[in-house]
Structures are given as structure tokens and as C-alpha cells.
Design a protein around this ligand. Sequence first.
Ligand SMILES: [Zn+2]
Length: 211
Amino acid sequence: MPAPKPLRYKGRPVPYISVWSSERIELPKLTVVSGALALRGERRAAGVLWKPWRARLGVGEPALGDVHGPRQRECMLRKLCQVCGCQVVRDELGWPWLLEDDRGQDGWPEREVTTHPPTCETCQPVAQVQCDPNRGRFASVRVGRVVTDGVYGQMYRPGARPMPVGRERVVFAGDPGLRWMLGGQIAATLLDVTVVDMRTQAPVSQETVRG
Ligand SMILES: [Zn+2]
């Protein structure tokens, strides 16, 4: 079976989770229902109000830096590669992932909270070199356990006329603040994380990790 390939636009690979221009929707009117943020015509699914998007993958022009919320959540929940959209395959150390390389920071990469879905081995060099403006600042890891109980989004000030407040951030399930958030993406907590060599997927030594 040939390796799956990401969509391309003008010769450049476009990640599966990137937004295409035809997918943007003007935000419906924000209201308050039962003491929680609401959007006219949108449902609050399982306690989270999600920002709406159209699903028109590949139609129009891609915005590489913008993330399509529903596809990001699909990748997190079904363990799909964020670049090509294929199912990632687990090995004895766990799922393949790319993380911002924060080696040297205490505890990194265990319990890292991230909005990046998994990235398959084939796509990792592509993602690092061509898809992301922060090229070269990524580490390849294997993740043994993934807890998807965070929501990354915009908080709103409670009240009859909800107004955005602060920068986008992560709120976890059970936090009453979730009632006043417009959710964008799932944030996952990564556990049992092993740093590996991007090419061989073999674990790298602790000394290397500590930098
Ligand atoms: Zn892939």
C-alpha cells in the first residue's frame, strides 16, 4: 500500500487540520441560555459549545496556520495523523506525536498539554520542514496514554451580552468556566511519553533529552 499523502496546494503539502477559505462561517449571534454561553442555531454538545465551521476540505485556499476545529477533534479522538488524516499506528511505546521541543524544561515531555493531534512517522519530516512556521523546533515522541479532557478556546465574560475576555486558553472537563467558553479544539494531556529519534523512532537517551 502506498504511503498516504497530504493534500497539496501550489506544490506545498497542506495539513489535514488546516482551514480552507470556503470553510469559514460568520459567527452566529452569541446569547445566554440557562446560565451558559450559547450560539443561535448551534447545540451545546456534551457540555461544550464549539465554534462552527463548514466542512469543505480542499476547496478554496488553505490557511496553513489556522486549525479546522472539527477535523482537529476528529484527529484527537480517532488518533488520525494531523497532516495526512490517516490512522496512526501504535508501537510498544505508544502513538507517534510531534511536540514543540522544550527539552531542558523540568519534567518535559511528561504531562504535556497539547492541541497538536498525532503525526504519523511518514508525515513527521514533512510537518517539521514544510507545514509549520516554527520549523525545526519539534521533537518526535511516542505517547503511551492520551487524556482528551481539555478544551482550547475563547472565554467570554458572563452576562446578558457576552464579550470575549483574555487570550485563548485551555479549560478542563468539570471546570465551571467551560460554561463561558467558545470551544475551538481539544487539548490532550500526554502521559508515558518517550522521546524518540524522528527517523528511526528509537528512544533517545535521557542525557539528550535534558539537553
Ligand atoms: Zn500522516
